[in-house]
Design a binder for this molecule. Structure first.
Ligand code: DC
Length: 216
């Protein structure tokens, strides 16, 4: 069974997907981490991010591994460095690149071919797994999402402000929604869940109930 969770940044997808996968005994795939890893690999190789072919070349050549919440690029653990604000600010160069997207979607399908999985991102229910048995679209209000992201970054010791995050989030939402390939849209057959005012446990319980009903 494949469960997809799509939605904007800060809607709580990662925490929900991770917990849901653990409770169901499924694997968990964070596809945003894959785009982040390609952006970091370009920085480390001094690849010009504006060079569409060079960026696609990096995505094709680099060795990308994901296991148990950790991410490796060419054998180095990049789990923490891919979450920096610097990498986040560069992701659109790779996420807007169609060749990178096809390469990563192919990898996502290879990973999901062998296991039961909860996979989260922007295009999982629409492009990567249009035939998934269970699709969710997780969202929350912009202020709630920025608040969550602020506490995440503060925990990691990054200094920023709520206003700055809100602005960056608006830009990212705009880019995610208007990207020519893999844009963030709710799949017609996805169940939409608004997480404002819901705890992680309450959200997971809702999703789990729906998945279990479809398993039977
Ligand atoms: O979920 P996240 O914030 O870690 O994702 C990082 C970026 O990657 C986000 O700005 C959009 C992009 N992304 C994407 O284009 N497609 C996906 N399936 C997942 C993420």
């Amino acid at each position: 069974m494949i469960v997809t969770i799509d939605g904007p940044a800060g809607a709580g997808k990662s925490s929900v997907a991770r917990r849901l996968a653990a409770e169901l005994g499924f694997e968990y795939l964070d596809t945003g981490a894959m785009y982040r890893a390609v952006a970091l690999a370009c920085v480390e190789r001094s690849t010009s991010l504006g060079d569409v072919e060079a960026v696609a070349g990096v995505a094709g050549e680099m060795k990308l591994q994901l296991k148990n919440d950790r991410v490796w690029v060419d054998g180095s653990d990049v789990t923490d460095s891919i979450r920096s604000m610097h990498v986040t600010s560069l992701i659109h160069y790779v996420a807007d690149n169609p060749a990178v997207r096809w390469r990563l979607v192919e990898l996502q399908r290879n990973i999901a071919a062998q296991v039961e999985i909860v996979t989260e991102g922007r295009d999982q229910g629409t492009v990567a797994f249009p035939d998934a048995e269970c699709k969710f679209f997780l969202t929350a209000s912009p202020t709630e999402r920025a608040r969550r992201r602020l506490s995440e970054l503060e925990l990691r010791g990054e200094t920023t402000t709520f206003e700055e995050l809100l602005l960056q989030q608006e830009e990212r939402d705009q880019r995610d929604a208007t990207r020519p390939v893999g844009a963030l849209v709710k799949a017609v057959d996805a169940v939409e869940i608004v997480t404002d005012g819901l705890t992680l446990e309450e959200t997971v319980k809702q999703l789990k109930g729906i998945v279990e009903a479809r398993q039977n």
